[in-house]
Write a new protein. Structure first.
Length: 185
């Protein structure tokens, strides 16, 4: 049921939206910028291993948009590169607001998130997300992992690893922009 609901909520973004469309505001370039970073697939694999979760992604998050830039999906969640979610239904939007990591080991036992709409909507039981910031402090998006089952995170090095990977992604985006490989976003 939730999987079907998710498929209806999911909106796959066109690869080349027409000029003037709402998707033509550098977000395709943001997806491409992440895809051009050779380290991203390895980072997502390590994130899955470090957290014990089966889904990891880099998302571009703005006040109006949530777009999956890169995805590793070992649990058949169904989200793909270029997929877009309503930003208001994501915890990543909260992270954009406060720029702090969020870690949920077990939604059912978490005093804040057990009644939160996002885990209920997407069906995940464990979640960790950290902000990706550019060198100038601008918020790019998030590096996150989740799974349908609870995960032990509190006494692991997962939060530290994700924080370091998010910092690396921000530095790599800046280096690519400086080298002229990607337009400012």
């Amino acid at each position: 049921m939730q999987r079907t609901l998710f498929r209806y909520i999911l909106c796959v973004v066109e690869q080349s939206p027409p000029q003037g469309s709402p998707l033509h505001d550098n977000h395709c370039e943001d997806v491409a910028a992440i895809q051009q970073l050779a380290a991203i697939p390895s980072i997502l694999e390590v994130v899955c291993r470090a957290t014990g979760m089966g889904f990891a992604a880099v998302a571009r998050v703005t006040d109006t948009r949530w777009i999956a830039c890169a995805v590793r999906d070992e649990i058949d969640f169904g989200l793909e590169q270029g997929s877009e979610l309503d930003v208001r239904t994501t915890i990543c939007d909260e992270i954009r607001g406060h720029r702090e990591a969020i870690m949920i080991e077990n939604v059912a036992e978490d005093p804040i998130y057990r009644t939160h709409d996002t885990p209920r909507l997407y069906g995940f039981q464990s979640y960790i997300s950290v902000p990706i910031l550019r060198g100038d402090g601008d918020f790019f998006g998030t590096l996150f992992a989740m799974d349908f089952v609870p995960a032990k995170l509190a006494n692991s090095s997962a939060a530290t690893a994700l924080g370091l990977f998010a910092e690396l992604i921000g530095l790599l985006l800046d280096a690519a922009r400086t080298a002229g490989a990607t337009p400012p976003g």
